[in-house]
Design a binder for this molecule. Structure first.
Ligand SMILES: [Zn+2]
Length: 462
């Protein structure tokens, strides 16, 4: 195959072990202390220079090897999803009730990128190739702010190109747009009074929050078609006979461009200010951060797709196919997928799809990196085809051989891709030319302002 891709397989046992440890010890956003420490340990073992607590984020870990250009980055993720604990089995049952789980498969994601970095290093060393490999263990992808916090403090700017990977139902590379986000909690402060006895003395924070929702719903009429506004109440009073003193609403504003996000978000803040004015309450806006929409580099995407075909997708055993087959039957989309013939070629994906030019209303902070350097995100099959995103079926597959095989395949593709960029300068030049063209007249403006405090593992901010 190639030295890099072969090396990934040679070390596969160590990579699977690390992935199992992350699966067994899931940690949520900004609290990934164990995953970060184990990742640092593995990077040191493979000869990388390691920095922990990188870019001002306690759990961020970075490994570097080599010198000079090209500088190729790999974007690992450390966090798991709250409440998604699940055993590797065919029925829904948590390992620990209420505990986090790898329902987005970041135990595979982190290790795929680490393995790719290790594989690429092996080939560069063997051939004496110039260049630098950088692995980033990124916190808090699930809150879509980790990489923006890193970028605010200087990450990614020295790269020539970067690869990301995500486990998926399909072997395919998305070249459509995933929306960006702004996230903020709107806190209203009022004044308590007896709601029956002297309501004239009360100023209801809940009224303010509800009026904000009414205003936001009218705002929906006057935004571009790509905008999504959604919210949930964090706090809404304590008892009906007390005029609520405090109320908080958490909003996401999503859109295909940062321009549309900023425009809608700024108007949403005015809606909140209006609600506060109407109710004589005080408004405090707690901006939590945001991320860019994605902008996949098509040169790198086409390159990775041809490597997927060249290396060949995993061969699933009868046992793996049977497990996926039974899991498919537990999924909400099963009947629909069956009717549409999507399960005809098997319960787990084996083909390599064409580049997927489909837009999505999900988000990932890989979009930030894609606005700083040429970068693509590769998907390989790591779970049964009918699984929904962020589901217990994905947690189950992420702890099984199905997930590990997909992870190693993704690592091989990324490792081989990095070597091609080092050995074929014209390919990197084409990727950069595409990036420059797409960014013409624009520059990356970090969605995390300079003074925004950084989330800490103990839940505080500083
Ligand atoms: Zn994810």
């Amino acid at each position: 195959m190639s030295i890099a891709a072969d090396y990934v397989l040679k070390e596969s046992e160590a990579f699977v072990d690390l992935s199992v440890k992350m699966w067994e010890n899931p940690e949520t956003a900004y609290k990934e202390l164990k995953a970060s420490a184990w990742t640092a340990e593995a990077l040191k073992k493979y000869g990388f220079e390691v920095e922990t607590g990188a870019y001002g984020l306690p759990t961020c870990v970075v490994g570097r090897w080599g010198s000079g250009h090209p500088v190729i980055g790999f974007l690992g993720e450390l966090d798991a999803l709250p409440g998604m604990s699940q055993k590797v089995q065919l029925t829904k049952e948590a390992v620990t009730e209420g505990a986090p789980g790898q329902a987005c498969g970041h135990n595979l994601l982190n290790v795929a990128c680490l393995a790719a970095a290790v594989g690429a290093k092996a080939e560069m060393e063997a051939k004496g190739l110039p260049g630098t490999i950088v692995f980033y263990g990124c916190p808090a992808e699930e809150e879509v702010t980790g990489k923006a916090f890193m970028a605010r403090n200087g990450a990614f700017a020295d790269l020539d190109a970067a690869y990301a990977w995500h486990g998926n139902k399909y072997n395919e590379i998305p070249i459509g747009v995933y929306v960006g986000v702004n996230s903020a909690i709107f806190h209203f402060n009022g004044r308590t009074a007896h709601a029956g006895g002297d309501p004239q003395n009360g100023r209801s924070a809940l009224d303010a929050a509800e009026l904000m929702s009414v205003g936001a719903n009218y705002l929906r009429e006057h935004v571009t078609g790509d905008v999504r506004i959604h919210y949930c109440y964090k706090e809404a009073g304590t008892a009906p006979n007390i005029v609520p003193e405090k109320a908080s609403v958490w909003y996401y504003v999503r859109a295909m461009t940062r321009e549309a996000i900023d425009d809608t978000y700024n108007r949403l803040v005015k809606v909140a200010q209006g609600a506060a004015l109407m109710t004589e309450t005080q408004l405090e806006v707690e901006y939590l951060g945001g991320c860019y929409n994605t902008m996949p580099n098509e040169v790198l995407s086409r390159q990775a797709r041809s490597l997927m075909l060249k290396i060949g997708t995993p061969v699933w055993t009868a046992e793996e196919r049977a497990f996926a087959e039974e899991l498919n039957k537990t999924c909400a989309q099963y009947e629909d997928f069956k009717a549409r013939g999507l399960l005809d070629s098997g319960p787990i994906h084996t083909a390599v799809n064409d580049l997927a030019a489909v837009d999505s209303f999900g988000s990932t902070d890989v979009g930030d990196v894609q606005h700083i350097v040429p970068c693509t995100m590769i998907n390989t099959a790591t779970y049964n085809i009918a699984a929904s995103g962020h589901s217990w079926q994905i947690t189950a597959c992420a702890g099984s051989s199905i997930g590990f095989k997909g992870m190693l395949f993704g690592a091989q593709v990324m490792a081989a891709a990095a070597i091609e960029l080092v050995e074929q300068p014209e390919l990197l030049k084409a990727a950069k030319a595409e990036f420059t063209e797409k960014m013409r007249g624009r520059s990356y403006v970090c969605p995390i302002p300079k003074d925004l405090p950084t989330p800490q593992p103990d839940g505080t901010k500083k």
